[in-house]
Design a protein. Structure first.
Length: 118
């Protein structure tokens, strides 16, 4: 066994708690995981190991799963002028797919870089 390891840069919101209802909508009864996983405008990263956070927004950089040497991005230039459009697209997709949780996208968005273990 091992731990899947990704480095992400995301433009969005960090939620400092784990929402079981959102998790159920994605992985349980709602079964929307594939819908969000394949979405080009909205990404949701949930800390399923510790339950400490959720990050909702748009992935700008994904290292790939380093555990399996599945390298995705090695270098990405971020167009800061495109951020408002990325936010609008992600918010619209959240309204379409998970309207009960769109409130998580209110407030200031940030560019975040972090290591995600799963």
């Amino acid at each position: 066994m091992g731990i899947n390891t990704h480095y992400y840069t995301v433009y969005g919101k960090r939620i400092d708690s784990y929402d079981d209802e959102l998790s159920d909508a994605l992985y349980g009864e709602g079964d929307l995981y594939e819908t969000v996983e394949e979405n080009e405008h909205l990404n949701i990263i949930m800390d399923g190991m510790g339950g400490d956070y959720m990050v909702i927004g748009k992935i700008l950089f994904d290292s790939g799963d380093l555990r399996w040497s599945e390298i995705k991005d090695t270098f990405v230039e971020i167009d800061l002028d495109a951020l408002p459009e990325l936010r609008e697209s992600a918010t619209q997709e959240m309204k379409n797919i998970l309207p009960a949780f769109v409130h998580y996208l209110d407030g200031d968005w940030k560019i975040m870089t972090f290591m995600h273990l799963s």
